[in-house]
Design a protein around this ligand. Structure first.
Ligand code: ATP
Ligand code: MG
Length: 567
């Protein structure tokens, strides 16, 4: 891990862990787990949980953190997701070592333990339909009603449960339920289901099972079997904790560990949805190009966009862990990326809106190699060669016929400006399209005595970026914006109604420095004065594609102004 990462902030969970260690609880060990359901790709919210779980294990050597797939819902799960989740956790910089598990590894054990519950009168087979179960459950203000099957004998329950497993009954005809309390103020304790019949092929166990354990039953037992000491989850599981503890208490004799469940608040980012169900919709309905579309808040989307693992870890560390709502501005995430790339990203030049400049006193066929530093503050990052030629491109936005005010330090008709890492040029003539009146070319002169030195007797303040027209490579540049128009994408009820129709702008044939032709997929550069850009995997050998990871400054205020619409 890089050394410039800020120190870990101590939070209430880390305090609990430290206290437990101090009193020698759990034999002085810390074992955590990250338990994704393989039903989608990981998103930035998961990164928070990953950094917390793996982070606590790392900080408390010899702590371990398990990667466990919570795979009890075969119909929604897929091998593709399993691979993507592993890749993302690794890319974020964490290592589960030999501790890769699947809840499905425990299906036999879970089945055996269910029989213990049945024999002890703690579980029963219920024949109510899903609808009836819902009706019998009661409401927040009314107690539920007992199932007519609640008092079946353990022997009868056992027989039915085995026959459920053997495939004698139709899907949904029976469930195994915990026998707790239909009048409990906590609805999760009103005889929750533990097993259901579902004829579905499982990605790990194939067709071995036609009954599958419910998440709440599976999770606590998986934690206990793996010797997890602290089971960290998000706040929506707070009301499930009594059930977590109830099951483990009933199986005390069979299990070696009773992990402590601790809840923290979920991360929510403005202008973003972080729910796999919604992200799946964006993918399936083609609002984005896939799970790794650079506009997606998925780890793979952020990676493709140009995010670094360090920037995401820093972000997760800084937002902290609490029980209060964790709504974070997306600008904060972007700031963490800028901060990380500022010192790391090699500099380069690219022109998003090209304007041709012909330097009339520069020799026609001359190609002059010039040396440019890869990083202005860090000589260790070396130099690159750029080429000066008679024809260059500058950005349209760096030229105006008349300066609007003194702050405009770019090129103006009749005035001088420096080409970065090169000479000072002067605009001699502005060529316009005879029909539209648009500026199409500038005729300039250069001062040959100004290569990286100030001209004699006059000050040239402005420096603009440029690219040789002769040597430039042409690239596609993809500019991304917020995927949603509203800070709260749910505003008005349906997040799909708030999609920003201008979240992607594609610029074709942008001239970029020839040195960028060698860039590898995923390499990220600062295009000077423009932003940070990462090479996209859609690039071909002949036609590179760069994604804008983030602008140099937070330009959201400007983005909101109508001027931008004409970009
Ligand atoms: P989603 O609603 O996106 O499907 P989930 O909680 O169902 O999320 P899981 O795969 O079950 O997704 O999550 C794995 C772990 O990541 C869980 O411990 C969960 O609490 C945690 N997690 C998921 N979303 C967030 C979030 N937004 N912030 C913090 N932790 C999260
Ligand atoms: Mg879940």
């Amino acid at each position: 891990m890089s050394t410039n990462e800020p120190a870990i902030t101590v939070d209430f969970i880390r305090n609990i862990v430290a206290k437990d260690l101090a009193v020698g609880k759990n034999a002085g060990k810390v074992v955590t787990r990250f338990p994704p359901e393989p039903n989608g790709y990981l998103h930035i919210g998961h990164a928070k949980s990953i950094c917390l779980n793996f982070g606590i294990a790392q900080e408390n050597s010899p702590g371990t953190c398990h990667l466990r797939f919570d795979d009890t819902n075969p119909e929604k799960e897929d091998e593709e997701y399993i691979q993507a989740i592993k890749d993302d956790v690794k890319w974020l910089g964490f290592d589960w070592k030999e501790n890769l598990f699947f809840a499905s590894n425990y299906f036999d054990k879970l089945f055996e333990l269910a029989q213990v519950l049945i024999k002890n009168g703690d579980a029963y087979v219920c024949s109510l339909s899903a609808n009836d179960i819902r009706e019998y459950r009661g409401t927040l203000t009314e107690p539920g009603k007992n199932s007519p099957d609640r008092d079946r004998s353990p022997a009868e329950n056992l027989d039915l449960f085995l026959r459920m497993r053997d495939g004698e009954f139709a899907d949904g005809s029976y469930t195994l339920r915990a026998k707790i309390d239909m009048a409990s103020p906590n609805i999760n304790m009103r005889d929750p289901a533990l097993y259901r019949i579902r004829r579905a092929t499982h990605h790990q166990t194939g067709d071995k099972w036609c009954i599958y354990p419910i998440y709440d039953y599976t999770h606590c037992i998986s934690d206990a079997l793996e010797g997890i000491t602290h089971s960290l989850c998000t706040l929506e599981f707070e009301d499930h904790r009594p059930l977590y503890d109830w099951i483990l208490d009933r199986l005390e004799d069979q299990l070696k560990q009773h992990p402590q469940q601790i809840e923290f608040s979920r991360l929510a980012l403005d202008f973003t949805v972080v729910s796999k169900r919604k992200l799946i919709q964006l993918v399936n309905d083609n609002f984005v190009a896939g799970w790794d579309d650079p506009r997606m808040p998925t780890i793979s989307g952020l990676r493709r966009r140009g995010y670094t693992p360090e920037s995401i870890r820093n972000f997760c560390n800084r937002i902290g862990i609490t029980k209060s709502p964790n709504n974070v501005e997306i600008g904060f995430l972007e700031g963490c990326l800028r901060e990380d790339l500022e010192s790391k990203a090699l500099r380069s030049m690219a022109i998003l809106k090209p304007l041709k400049v012909v330097i009339e006193n520069y020799p026609e066929d001359k190609i002059e190699p010039l040396t440019a530093p890869n990083h202005p503050q860090n000589p260790e990052l070396g130099n690159r060669t750029i080429y000066m030629t008679r024809e260059v491109y500058i950005d349209h936005e760096d030229f105006l016929e008349v300066a609007p005010n003194k702050k405009f330090k770019r090129l103006v008709a009749g005035k001088e400006v420096r080409l970065r890492n090169s000479y000072v040029i002067k605009c001699e003539e502005v060529i316009k399209d005879s029909n539209s009146g648009e500026i199409v070319e500038l005729r300039c002169s250069y001062d040959e005595n100004t290569l990286n030195t100030n001209p004699e007797g006059r000050k040239v303040k402005g420096v603009i970026h440029w690219v040789s027209a002769t040597k430039a490579v042409k690239a596609e540049i993809r500019l991304y914006d917020r995927l949603f128009k509203n800070a709260n994408p749910e505003e008005g009820g349906n997040f799909l109604d708030n999609i920003n129709p201008n979240s992607l702008t594609i610029l074709k044939d942008c001239p970029i420095e020839s040195s960028l032709a060698q860039a590898k997929t995923g390499d990220t550069f600062q295009f000077e004065r423009v932003g940070y850009f990462s090479k996209d995997p859609d690039s071909t050998d002949d036609y590179p594609i760069f994604n804008r990871a983030v602008t140099l400054r937070d330009s959201w205020a400007k983005i909101l102004s109508p001027r931008r619409a004409s970009r």
